[in-house]
Design a protein around this ligand. Structure first.
Ligand SMILES: Nc1ncnc2c1ncn2[C@@H]1O[C@H](COP(=O)(O)OP(=O)(O)OP(=O)(O)O)[C@@H](O)[C@H]1O
Length: 226
């Protein structure tokens, strides 16, 4: 089953002399339950493509079809809703509220979607158990190690039972052992819950674990390897 189709997408930044084509006629289909690595040199357009797929950015030209629906032109409010309900995010820089508790960080997506506090806590504890960090629920996010922070981010990403997790260099800030633990977590979720994984990475070993590798250069997909 197809999850997402990207059709002839172009993303242009800037205007006039400073115009820059970051994505140039990119087309791509993503199946449900796949794990896909987006690879390529710095500046090749990987993050730009991921942001478009994750509906965090809109294409200048082209179409995005999600679950058979054209979402290219839908309103910001609806986009936010789709992201909140269906997507989870894990980024290299963690993006946590450092002064808040682990629990508050993990429940944030549910707070946004209006889930009552008691239920939020239940689901957060379940998600934290999955990443083996239930005992840190009350700690300040800032007091955790890098690997623990990233596990909190994975817990936050799965709390809404998303159909896709978007990960941008999820192991980029971690040592290799800790990074591998995060990788294992992501691939376990992919295998056991069928969550589609879309991972931007420089790490060839991480890319090799994905079902499919999409290599970008100068804003184009130059190679797809299964
Ligand atoms: N908001 C923006 N305004 C102008 N140019 C941008 C913007 N975002 C990205 N670009 C340009 O688009 C190109 C692709 O950027 P992108 O971040 O997608 O690359 P990347 O492959 O993810 O690189 P890296 O591996 O370094 O993160 C770069 O040349 C970048 O300078």
């Amino acid at each position: 089953m197809t999850l997402m189709e990207v059709k002839n997408v172009q993303r242009v930044f800037g205007k006039g002399e400073s115009e820059f084509i970051a994505l140039n006629d990119v087309s791509l289909t993503i199946e449900k339950g796949e794990s896909v690595a987006i690879i390529g040199k710095s500046g090749s357009g990987k993050s730009t493509l991921m942001h478009i797929l994750a509906l965090l950015d809109r294409p200048t030209k082209g179409e995005i079809i999600l679950d058979g629906k054209d979402v290219t032109q839908i309103k910001e409010k609806q986009l936010n809703h789709v992201r909140n309900q269906q997507f989870g995010f894990v980024f290299q820089q963690f993006f946590m509220n450092a002064k808040d508790s682990v629990l508050d960080n993990v429940t944030l997506p549910l707070k946004i979607s209006g889930v009552p506090a008691k239920r939020r806590k239940e689901l957060a504890m379940k998600a934290l158990q999955q990443v083996d960090l239930a005992e840190k629920a009350k700690s300040k996010a800032n007091d955790l190690s890098g690997g623990q922070k990233q596990r909190v981010c994975v817990a936050r990403a799965i709390i809404n039972q998303p159909q896709v997790i978007f990960a941008d260099e999820p192991t980029g800030n971690l040592d290799s052992t800790t990074g591998e633990r995060i990788e294992n977590l992501l691939f376990d979720l992919n295998q056991s819950q069928g969550i589609t994984l879309i991972i931007v990475t420089h790490d060839e070993d991480l890319a090799a674990r994905c079902d499919r590798k999409i290599r970008m250069r100068d804003g184009k997909i130059i190679e797809e390897v299964k």
